[in-house]
Design a protein around this ligand. Structure first.
Ligand SMILES: Cc1cc2nc3c(=O)[nH]c(=O)nc-3n(C[C@H](O)[C@H](O)[C@H](O)COP(=O)(O)OP(=O)(O)OC[C@H]3O[C@@H](n4cnc5c(N)ncnc54)[C@H](O)[C@@H]3O)c2cc1C
Length: 96
């Protein structure tokens, strides 16, 4: 919530928890995010905004940044790979 407020000027609101009892279990080993919604934007529009680099070569990536696989390793892998590919493309274009 702090990162979104500081970087994108979005004030997120948590609507619910998928696993509300996990935090009460010893050794629960963390948590994962759920799909985020933005009033007035479609899901794809909002996630496109989330995936826009904050400035030159400064990307946010991870499980929370992919609409289709939010909260899963697939999202972390996909968004990390996309960010890396964008950076490589950017660097290659600079040398042309
Ligand atoms: C109990 C549980 C079960 C799950 N089961 C599945 C499953 O079956 N299938 C599946 O696909 N997904 C599952 N997930 C979700 C999956 O683990 C996550 O979606 C995935 O690990 C997220 O990867 P990530 O790289 O985005 O974030 P993370 O794996 O959380 O990586 C973030 C890293 O950043 C580090 N970090 C944090 N703050 C800082 C800092 N200030 N400075 C430096 N480093 C920092 C953390 O230590 C961490 O290593 C599960 C999650 C949990 C908690």
């Amino acid at each position: 919530m702090l990162v979104l407020a500081k970087t994108l000027n979005i004030q997120p609101r948590i609507l619910n928890f998928s696993q509300p009892k996990w935090s009460q279990i010893g050794q629960f080993m963390g948590c994962y995010s759920n799909v985020a919604l933005h009033p007035g934007m479609t899901g794809p529009e909002f996630y496109e905004k989330l995936n826009t680099p904050l400035c030159d070569r400064f990307y946010l990536a991870g499980e929370a940044f992919d609409l289709d696989h939010a909260g899963y390793v697939t999202a972390a892998y996909k968004t990390g790979r996309n960010a890396a590919n964008h950076i490589i493309e950017h660097e290659l274009n600079k040398t042309k």
